[in-house]
Design a protein around this ligand. Structure first.
Ligand code: C2G
Length: 129
């Protein structure tokens, strides 16, 4: 039984988000997803996501192959989350390539290629014009 874990904001949930969750699940038997909190986003990017943490989590929770979600409250707590949820594999998109290699002592760290030509930022810009 292999447990996969991944993290993300998943604001304006889109096809790229779906695909990374699907591919992450394909690497194991269970998928745990840390959804970043509104406060974490504010501290990281200086703005709040368009959807609240409650809404973003509810969407990810409703995906058939997601086993469980939890709130990611700080980037510094990654090791604690990996241990708490007994993860075997940490999956991130390759925009994070190399950033989580320090955890390879406790999990297998896998970076998957992002789905091209789609992002929350691009969607916001497309709607704006
Ligand atoms: N993603 C993807 N393809 C896209 C867009 C996003 O594969 N076209 C992936 C990202 O690489 C990431 C996941 O979808 O692995 C979630 O993306 P974001 O919501 O942008 O998450 P982010 O703000 O990077 O939060 O602890 C880390 C953070 O919580 C990650």
């Amino acid at each position: 039984m292999k447990r996969v874990i991944t993290f993300g904001t998943f604001d304006l949930f889109h096809y790229g988000h779906l695909k990374i969750l699907e591919r992450a699940m394909g690497l194991g038997d269970e998928l745990y997803v840390g959804v970043s909190s509104d406060a974490l986003n504010f501290s990281k990017k200086g703005r709040y996501p368009l959807y609240t943490e409650f809404e973003r989590r509810a969407i990810v929770d409703s995906i058939r192959f997601v086993t469980q979600t939890f709130l990611e409250e700080s980037l510094e707590l990654k090791r604690e989350y990996l241990l708490k949820y007994e993860a075997d594999i940490l999956v991130m998109g390759n925009d994070w390539e190399g950033k989580f290699d320090e955890f390879s002592d406790i999990v297998e760290v896998v970076y998957l290629p992002r789905t091209p030509s789609i992002s929350t930022t691009e969607i916001i810009e497309r709607i704006r014009v």
